[in-house]
Design a protein around this ligand. Structure first.
Ligand SMILES: [Zn+2]
Length: 586
């Protein structure tokens, strides 16, 4: 909020008398520091920011609210999507008896903006003035609403970088800002004859951005390589790697830069990783019902091996950190071994491995065990040496939570065998394997329910028929259980005990909360294979993945394809997403 200099002095004068000398001094400071008078008076301690805003609110006849006195209600916060809340610095902080909302803003809002906000709240709003700092504190709480796999917007309309704009610095800033606003994870910049193609990876898919002219590409790549990532200027025929830190809003990102010589220049790849993002809870990852209960019970052990299995980029690291968050207490020491810092939490000691850090996974693991932590998070179990160390440690004093690349929970057993781990060792230390995939989540604001046609019925049947142990009635009962666990809110069931009646789909028009795409962010689909005496016995016997799967389902594991189907029924994702995620699952 900007208050004119004269008005600032008038407002201050209503609370205390300012001498001519004081006013002259303030004016001089304003000139010397080139900052507005409202900053000068608050910095000089004449009046606090809160008092100044309060005085200003009274002057323009608006109510004032001190947000610092209120506890934040996340449910109310959600009434305005983060994007809109940040754009207008506006947050919902309370509800009136007539159902209308009280909104705190850093500025007086004009009628147009009030109408835009009311479109989201779907209720009328009363605007109150608050301090910028108070609003920021509330806006930052949107982070705790999401997880790392949380809301990600998809785009149809690509923002444009002005054709003739600017310096390398301006271009890279603009590009990173746009990409991070869209929650992109990577940027690909590919040079061609007379332009450079830009693509962002959002929700795991590459999407085109407005191309750069050759001149812009040159300016951008020079600035990036010479000034940001400190890559040597000479030898444009060699691949190069580097990184730099970047602040976006309140979050620090590490941007990894990789440069590859190609025909028309150098292809640039940027990977953006937040250094401080909040760790998701087990529930917000998408775990529910028996899978959630089993996972929680497994996390109460103080030794053994817990694996999270899935292909690359299936959210395994977030799940592992969510485990540590669940187990965190002052009595527990934790070490995380990762190739890059994914979450920086004060209760975890981090060890980073890989070429960049000059340490192998097995060296890092052996060194970590020597420190005698209670829990070790191993981002990836991929070589025999580390696997052997992990088995030995989990047999003894440590609880090891590790990621493993495998197509399903049962398939992770074969993966351990391929790392030369003996069947009896696997059976001895393994407590549980969690298989997972990530799917796009339907925009809850605009999703639509349509009657199930013949094709839908067939597609649903095809998924169920992979698991002969399930009848349609079983699936209906699981949907019922999911609904009573609060999955998909209070919407009515889409199945009866013998057929599917309707199905949720993305709205082809989309809405403002999903950038007209019908989807917002990602959600996990899970299968939790808890080790039982019989499963251990099958592993010792050398049983193959297919039989282990059948045995695990008999013992109550809901395979992730079925968990996914239930999430389709509850309107959290779509049939397309589940079919795509299933490829090569079993
Ligand atoms: Zn939408």
């Amino acid at each position: 909020m900007r208050i004119s200099d004269t008005l600032v002095l008038q407002l201050v004068a209503t609370t205390r008398k300012l001498s001519e000398d004081q006013v002259a001094d303030l004016r001089a400071q304003e000139k010397a520091t080139n900052r507005p008078m409202q900053d000068i008076v608050t910095m000089s301690g004449l009046v606090s920011e809160a008092d100044l805003v309060k005085l200003y609110a009274r002057h323009i006849k608006m109510p004032y609210i001190d947000l610092d006195l209120l506890s934040i209600n996340l449910e109310l916060l959600k009434k305005i999507p983060e994007r809109i809340a940040r754009r207008y610095s506006a947050v919902v902080f309370s509800i009136n008896t007539d159902g209308s909302f009280n909104v705190a803003c850093a500025e007086k809002l004009d009628d147009n903006i009030i109408r835009i906000i009311e479109k989201y709240t779907k209720k009328s709003i009363q605007v109150n003035l608050a301090t910028q700092a108070g609003i920021e504190r509330w806006l930052n709480q949107y982070r705790s609403l999401d997880s790392q796999i949380g809301p990600i917007v998809k785009i149809k309309k690509m923002p444009i970088i002005g054709k003739n704009s600017g310096s390398g610095e301006e271009l890279i800033n603009e590009l990173l800002k746009q990409a991070l606003n869209l929650s992109a994870t990577d940027i690909h910049i590919e040079p061609y004859d007379n332009h450079a193609q830009i693509r962002f990876r959002i929700d795991g898919r590459l999407q085109g951005f407005h191309p750069l002219s050759s001149g812009q590409y040159g300016a951008l790549s020079d600035f990036l390589m010479n000034d940001l990532a400190n890559l040597s200027k000479d030898n444009r025929t060699k691949p190069k790697e580097g990184f730099f830190q970047y602040m976006h809003e309140d979050t620090e990102f590490q941007i990894d830069v990789s440069v590859l010589p190609v025909l028309d220049g150098q292809k640039i790849y940027l990977h953006m990783q937040a250094r401080t993002s909040s760790i998701p809870s087990l529930e917000s990852l998408g775990l529910w019902g028996p899978a959630l209960t089993r996972t929680k019970s497994i996390l109460s052990h103080n030794n053994g091996l817990i694996l999270v299995a899935g292909p690359g980029k299936s959210g395994k690291t977030s799940t592992l950190h969510s485990f540590l968050r669940t187990m965190h207490s002052t009595h527990v020491s934790m070490i995380a071994i990762e190739d890059e810092l994914s979450f920086s939490e004060p209760y975890i000691s981090h060890v980073t491995v890989g070429k960049k850090n000059g340490m192998s996974w097995s060296t890092a693991f052996a060194a970590s065990v020597k420190q005698d932590p209670d829990i070790i998070l191993l981002q990836r179990l991929q070589d025999s040496q580390t696997a052997k160390y992990a088995i030995a440690a989990s047999e003894d004093r440590q609880l090891i939570c590790s990621g493993i690349v495998a197509s399903s929970a049962p398939a992770a057993v074969s993966k351990l065998r391929s790392l030369s781990i003996q069947n009896h060792d696997i059976a001895h230390v393994l407590r549980c394997i969690i298989g997972q995939r990530l799917v796009r989540s339907l925009c809850q604001n605009c999703r639509i329910k349509v009657p199930a046609d013949e094709t839908t019925v067939k597609r649903v049947q095809a998924i169920i028929e992979q698991f002969p142990l399930y009848s349609f009635e079983d699936i209906h009962l699981i949907e019922k259980a999911a609904a009573s666990s609060g999955i998909g809110g209070s919407d009515s069931l889409v199945t009866t005990n013998n057929k599917i009646q309707s199905i949720w789909e993305p709205n082809p028009e989309g809405c403002d909360s999903c950038n007209e795409t019908g989807f917002t962010g990602l959600i996990g689909i899970f299968e939790v294979m808890q080790m039982s005496t019989t499963l251990k016995a099958s592993i010792v016997k050398g049983t193959d993945t297919k039989d282990i799967t059948a045995r695990a389902i008999e013992e109550g594991m809901i395979p992730f394809a079925i968990d996914g189907l239930i999430k389709v029924f509850r309107g959290l994702t779509t049939l397309d997403e589940i079919e795509r995620s299933q490829q090569s699952a079993y």
